[in-house]
Design a protein around this ligand. Sequence first.
Ligand code: ADP
Ligand code: ADP
Ligand code: MG
Length: 676
Amino acid sequence: MFEKILIANRGEIACRIIHTARRLGVRTVAVYSSADAGALHTRQADEAVWIGPSPSNQSYLNSAHIIAAALSTGAQAIHPGYGFLSENADFAQACADAGIVFIGPDVNAIRVMGSKREAKILMERYAVPLVPGYYGADQSEEQLTQAARNVGLPLIIKASAGGGGRGMRIVRDFAEFGSALASAQREAQSAFGDPAVLLERYVENPRHIEVQIFGDSHGNLVHLFERDCSLQRRHQKVIEEAPAVLLSDIQRKHLFTAALEAGRAVNYIGAGTVEFIIDQAGEVFFIEMNTRLQVEHPVTESVTGLDLVEWQLRVGAGELLPLGQDAIECRGHAIEVRVYAEDPSQDFKPSTGLLQHLRLPVPSPHVRVDTGVGSQDSVTPFYDAMIAKIITAGPTRVEALQQMTRALAETEIVGVTGNIAYLQKIVAHPAYQTGGFNTHFVEDVRGDLLPEPAPAPDVVLMLAAMRTVVGLAAQAKTEAARTAEPASPWAGLTGFRLNTPPRFEFHYGTGDVHIVVFLTQDRASWRYTSGSHTESIEACEVAGQVVRLTLPMRTIQGAVISTPREIHVFYAGDHYRLEPVDLLQSGEVAEEVAGKMVAPMPGAVTAVMVKVGEQVTRGKPLLVLEAMKIEHTISAPFDGIVTEIRFAVGEQVLAEGVELIKLEPSAPALDADSAS
Ligand code: ADP
Ligand code: ADP
Ligand code: MG
């Protein structure tokens, strides 16, 4: 086994590899770009080497820098993860030239399978069933146009070197062929550096089933069963599972035979995936082979009980496959969802910024979470916006789905927009639950999956309002203690008004409505009123972000997280955003709180003029941010105490709206009377 490996990747996959390496006693070297200087993978590895500026073509795609990092740290092997250089034959060759083991198949297998066109030519020789089409070397327009006529409609044009669902065009009318071809070639050239395309018959409503295979350098080759990755959006997988639903034993056998045949054709070593589509009549067609570890490998690990990264390291070090085919079993069912920082209501636009709050499901024998970020980390615009993968398992698909429903309900993301609600809607959809879905599912039921901003129910408003009141009370206590006047009216909840019971009025924007909430203290309890609804709150406990209220017949619990502009409440698996209209501060000040304590644009912090704990008066300059050669001074919008400074001089603020400094208003600014 290796003593030390370098991981040429970032994010969750780098963390995933570190996890297994550590378990096996293998030391790890992480590489990182400027944007990832403080990233989780950089922190978790035994050593970390900076390999360049944030853009991936200057860092994670810079083979020379990565190989130099391996040589300088004495790493014996490089694990490429997925994406980046994982399917780059030149990189594998460069590793070999430098005397470093590339953890993956040999250069020839990568090269052949990296070209969908050449792969199909080879597969044809091995009698692997192919989607009918044209995959010839002649790429002239006349030849491709003639070939398109032969293939027939509808057809799909694919970038031969493509990946990640990119570089594809569906053609349903020959009149569109010329322009579709030109644009596919342009995208193929710019994204993959190779304009070559292939044409395939476009299979309507197929399912995507793939087979995990594994080979060693001693000629052994096994399969680790299949995965169903039909749940896709724009040809990109969203939810994967193992085993595949609604697959007959005959189809399964057929897939395994074809996958092993494909592996044998290139003397495959290491982890690989042979991808197929299955048409509505049940016929199986090879589409491509990925010569690397796959994003969705955890579902296979779950049903086989094996660690595929461990197998990769063993095989890479020249060992035999740990198990023979007969000893590999598939048990139970596993489902993986990809949690992305993207906004489904804005056409899935990636959402970048600081993860002000991130709560992921608690791991258990049925729940696994793979992530590369934690709370207070940033999602930057430079790389894939994946936050985590949640994998759940159970003896049956129904149970795995139940676990997933629960796991998604436990997931809380504040600071960037996530796709949790979207995933929840898919998982709860009857057509998904019965397993009768194909690659067009999310398109077909699009209307059912769109997030509708639901107004917050009373319990949610109670949680938010009580959290604010408790916060104000705590602040008042601190202030009273600080001014050494324990008898001050700020010393307790009851003191907000001296003669009448404390009464708070909160205004929230939720969904498209504006709601007014009143909380009135009634001896030891509180009375909540909103519209015609009144309810008594007998007790309120706050622990971190979790608020628990005792109501007359029940207790309710939720998490409440405040950001400069919003209050986020997570309750019963749903995420509510409230926009507070803060009546404790004048409209003008509230505006400033919302507008000025956050970065007006991405930039570098060039000066910090205050320290944590410092008392500042309104207007005092706190921090200077330089962006596009212009300096922005962030000043105190009110009198207060600096409780947190999130950036040091020289640090880069990666997104607009990121909170820079936390300022608690000094108690005198809270005018108790105006709260009633
Ligand atoms: P999988 O087949 O493992 O599910 P995906 O197609 O989803 O893989 O891609 C895995 C990751 O690699 C994603 O982050 C994707 O953006 C990236 N990726 C895939 N193909 C390429 C490529 N050719 N070049 C760069 N990145 C790629
Ligand atoms: P990539 O390298 O981007 O992963 P693939 O060839 O694996 O490209 O195709 C990605 C997805 O596109 C498939 O999972 C499937 O949903 C769809 N697709 C690919 N080829 C066809 C086809 N011939 N007919 C219908 N859908 C296809
Ligand atoms: Mg693919």
